[in-house]
Ligand binder design. Structure first.
Ligand code: 13P
Ligand code: ZN
Length: 269
C-alpha cells in the first residue's frame, strides 16, 4: 500500500522514532490499553506534493483558534489506539493532519482516516505556545509512568518544586538531563481546555509537567529527547521507591552538590 512515508526519509525517520518510543512505553508498563499520546510537528519536512494532497476526512474543529499553527502539519497518535500497535504499524494507528487557514480546524491527509488523540487540544495548544515563543521543540509527549503518577497521590509532593528537588537528588543524571525540573498541576478532566491551559502555564518554567493522578507531559526537540527526560525522572522515582521499600529514607545529594553540577554543566536555574 502507498504511504506518505514512501521516498521521504526524513518524515519516515520521525515516524519511525515515534514507533520506537511507543514500543518502549509498552515495555515499561507506562501504556496500558490506549494510554498516552504523541504528536510531532512535521511542518519542516513537508514538501509541495504533501501540501497539495487532498484531505481524507471532513474538516474537524480543534475547539479553539491557534494562530501560530497556520500551515502546520502534525503526525498524531490516533485516539483509542494502543502504543503497542503504534509501535508496529504507525501509519495504521496514527495519521498526518493539516491545520486549515482559519487555525481552528484540521483535516486528516494521510495515510488512513485515523482520528487524532483525545488530548489533541492540549497537544496543539502546546505546539502553538512553543512556536509562539520561537522554540525549536517539535515533540509533545504524554504518558502514564506508574512511579511518577503514584508520587502525585501524596499531597506532600504536590508542593511547588518539592518533587523536582527530590528527584534531582536521587542521581546526578536527573539534575543534568531534566535541568528545568518538573511542574505539577492539580487534577483536571482529561482532554479539557483547563488541562491544556494549566499545562502551558507550567511549560513557561518547566520542560516536563505532571498531571496529578493522571500522567506526565514532556516537550523536546524530538520524541527521543522528550522520552529521555521522563525516563530519567522515572529512574529517580524508582531509586526513591527502592530505598523506601528497603526501609529507609534516601539521603539524596545535597543542594551544594546539585548546584556544583548545575555550574559545571552550565545548566539553567
Ligand atoms: P487517546 O487514546 O485519546 O490518545 O487517550 C489516551 C490518554 O492517555 C488520555 O489522557
Ligand atoms: Zn492520559
Amino acid at each position: 500500500m502507498k504511504s506518505i512515508l514512501d521516498n521521504r526519509p526524513e518524515l519516515a525517520k520521525q515516524v519511525g522514532d515515534v514507533a520506537e518510543v511507543a514500543g518502549y512505553l509498552w515495555q515499561k508498563g507506562w501504556a496500558e490499553r490506549n494510554g498516552g499520546n504523541i504528536t510531532i510537528n512535521i511542518t519542516d519536512v513537508v514538501d509541495d506534493e504533501i501540501k497539495s494532497l487532498k484531505p481524507i476526512s471532513d474538516k474537524i474543529a480543534i475547539g479553539r483558534t491557534l494562530p501560530n499553527l497556520k500551515g502546520c502539519y502534525f503526525f498524531c497518535k490516533g485516539t483509542n489506539r494502543r502504543m503497542r500497535d503504534l509501535a508496529r504499524w504507525p501509519m495504521d494507528n496514527g495519521s498526518v493532519i493539516r491545520i486549515l487557514d482559519d487555525c481552528a480546524h484540521y483535516e486528516i491527509i494521510a495515510d488512513n482516516p485515523v482520528k487524532p488523540t483525545s488530548e489533541l487540544v492540549s497537544h496543539l495548544s502546546i505546539h502553538d505556545y512553543l512556536i509562539g515563543k520561537g522554540s525549536s521543540y517539535k515533540a509533545v509527549f504524554h504518558s502514564h509512568p506508574i512511579d511518577l503518577i503514584a508520587m502525585t497521590h501524596n499531597p506532600a509532593f504536590l508542593e511547588k518544586d518539592k518533587l523536582t528537588f527530590l528527584l534531582w537528588s536521587m542521581i546526578p543524571e536527573t539534575r543534568a538531563f531534566c535541568p528545568r525540573g518538573l511542574g505539577i498541576i492539580p487534577y483536571e478532566m482529561p482532554s479539557s481546555f483547563a488541562l491544556a491551559d494549566a499545562t502551558i502555564k507550567e511549560l513557561e518554567e518547566y520542560d516536563v509537567v505532571m498531571w496529578e493522578k493522571h500522567g506526565v507531559v514532556a516537550t523536546g526537540e524530538d520524541i527521543m529527547e522528550a522520552f529521555d527526560m521522563v525516563d530519567t525522572l522515572s529512574k529517580s522515582a524508582q531509586i526513591y521507591l527502592t530505598a523506601k521499600s528497603m526501609g529507609f529514607e534516601p539521603t539524596g545529594t545535597t543542594l551544594e552538590q546539585m548546584n556544583e553540577l548545575r555550574d559545571a554543566f552550565n545548566l539553567p536555574k
